[in-house]
Ligand binder design. Structure first.
Ligand SMILES: Nc1ncnc2c1ncn2[C@@H]1O[C@H](COP(=O)(O)OP(=O)(O)O)[C@@H](O)[C@H]1O
Ligand SMILES: [Mg+2]
Length: 363
C-alpha cells in the first residue's frame, strides 16, 4: 500500500491555469475522490500523477519516492479511463493481459493474474469475447481487470462509470468500493457527481476552476462546507442561500416575516467580524414544517411547486416578496401549490457565509 503526496502541484497550459497548487497526502489504501464541475482540473491532476502529463511546478511522491520526471511505466500506477480504451481486435484475455505481456512477465504468471482478476470481477466466462460482444458494464469490468492485473501501488480511475446507465452505475460503485477494500490499493477516483463522491470517498477533494476548495470526509463536507461553492455543490437538492441583514439582537432578518435567532457562538462570530450582512445557508432537508405555536419565529410561506419524490416531497416555497426556499419534507403526497404553511430552521442547521469572501463564518 502506498502513500501518495502531492505538494504545490501546478499545471499551466500556456495562459490557462488548469491546476493551481494542489496539496494532498493520502493515507495507505485510502479511497480519495476528486469531484467538481467539468473543466475544474480533475483529469489533469490524474494525468500528472500517472505521468501522462508533465507538472509545471510542485512535487509528486509515491511511497516516498519523487516520481516527477519518471515515465508512467516506472511509477507503478494503473489508470482506468472513462472510455475504457479497450483494444477492439483483442479478446478480453488479450486486453487484460496486454500490459503484463508488454512487460514480458512469464506466461504462467500472466495467466494466473488474469484468471484471478477475472474471478474477482465475475467475468471468467467472457475471456474469449471481443469488446463489441460485451455490455457497457462488462466492458467496464474488463477495464478494471486490466488495472488489477498490474497489481499497482496506486489506482487512478477517471469517471469510470459515466458511460453506463444509472441503475448499473449504483451497483458498480458498490463493487468498486468492495474491490478496493479487498485489494487495499490507494485509489484516486474522479467524478463530477457529488452523490457518487459522497457515497464512495474516504475523503473528497472538491475542485473548482483549477483550485482545491476543500478536502474532507463526506460528513465534514456535508456538515461544514468551507465556502459557498462547496456548500452549493455538495448535497442535493442544493443548500438554500438567503441574503440576510444582521440585527443588534443576535438575529438575522430577510424581510419582515423572516427572522432567525442565531445560536450564541454564531452570533458572537458575526459580531466579532462586524458583519452587517450575511448569507444564511440551510439545507432543504433541515427545514421543518411547523404548526401554530410549535416554533419560536416561524417563517410563513406559500407553496409554489410540489415535487413528490416517492419517499419524500420537495417543496418550492415563497417566504417573502422575493425570497424562495426549497424544503424537502418527510411526507409522501398531499401538498398543494398555493397552500400556506410555516417553516422553521433548527438552530444547529444554520450556516452563515460572509458575502464579501464567500467563506463560512465559523462559530
Ligand atoms: N492539453 C490541453 N491543452 C490546453 N488546455 C487544456 C488541456 N487539457 C486540459 N486543458 C484545460 O485545463 C482545464 C482543466 O481540464 P480537465 O483537467 O480536463 O478538467 P476536468 O477533468 O475536471 O473536466 C480546462 O480548462 C481545460 O480546457
Ligand atoms: Mg475530466
Amino acid at each position: 500500500m502506498a502513500i501518495v503526496e502531492l505538494t504545490n502541484v501546478v499545471k499551466k497550459y500556456g495562459d490557462v491555469l488548469a491546476v493551481e497548487s494542489f496539496n494532498l497526502t493520502t493515507t495507505e489504501g485510502e479511497f480519495v475522490v476528486l469531484v467538481g464541475p467539468s473543466g475544474c482540473g480533475k483529469t489533469t491532476t490524474m494525468r500528472m500523477i500517472a505521468g501522462l502529463e508533465t507538472v509545471t511546478g510542485g512535487e509528486i511522491k509515491i511511497s516516498g519516492k519523487n516520481v516527477v520526471g519518471m515515465i508512467p511505466r516506472e511509477r507503478d500506477v494503473a489508470m482506468v479511463f472513462q472510455n475504457y480504451a479497450l483494444f477492439p481486435h483483442m479478446n478480453v484475455f488479450g486486453n487484460m493481459s496486454f500490459g503484463l505481456r508488454l512487460r514480458k512477465l512469464p506466461r504462467e504468471q500472466v495467466e494466473r493474474r488474469v484468471r484471478e482478476a477475472a474471478s474477482i470481477l465475475g467475468i471468467e466466462r467472457l475471456l474469449d469475447r471481443k469488446p463489441k460482444e460485451l455490455s457497457g458494464g462488462e466492458r467496464q469490468r474488463v477495464a478494471l481487470g486490466r488495472a488489477i492485473v498490474r497489481e499497482p501501488q496506486v489506482f487512478l480511475m477517471d469517471e469510470p462509470l459515466s458511460n453506463i446507465d444509472a441503475k448499473l452505475r449504483v451497483e458498480m460503485r458498490a463493487e468498486i468500493i468492495k474491490l478496493q477494500r479487498r485489494l487495499g490499493v490507494t485509489t484516486f477516483y474522479v467524478t463530477h457527481d457529488q452523490v457518487e463522491a459522497l457515497s464512495m470517498g474516504d475523503r473528497i477533494v472538491v475542485m473548482s476552476k483549477g483550485k482545491v476548495q476543500q478536502v474532507g470526509t463526506p460528513k465534514e463536507l456535508y456538515q461544514n462546507p468551507n465556502n459557498l461553492f462547496v456548500a452549493g455543490f455538495i448535497g442535493s437538492p442544493s443548500m438554500n442561500f438567503i441574503r440576510a441583514q444582521v440585527t443588534d439582537k443576535g438575529t438575522v432578518s430577510a424581510g419582515e416575516n423572516f427572522n432567525v435567532a442565531l445560536p450564541g457562538q454564531l452570533a458572537e462570530a458575526v459580531r466579532s467580524k462586524q458583519l452587517r450582512e450575511v448569507i444564511l445557508g440551510v439545507r432543504p432537508e433541515h427545514l421543518r414544517l411547523v404548526g401554530n405555536g410549535q416554533a419560536e419565529n416561524p417563517i410563513p410561506g406559500v407553496v409554489d411547486v410540489v415535487e413528490p419524490q416517492g419517499s419524500t416531497t420537495i417543496l418550492q416555497v415563497s417566504v417573502g416578496a422575493d425570497t424562495k426556499v426549497i424544503a424537502q419534507v418527510n411526507e409522501q403526497w398531499g401538498r398543494q401549490p398555493g397552500e400556506r404553511l410555516q417553516l422553521s430552521i433548527p438552530p444547529d442547521a444554520i450556516r452563515l457565509f460572509d458575502p464579501n469572501t464567500d467563506e463560512r463564518v465559523a462559530a
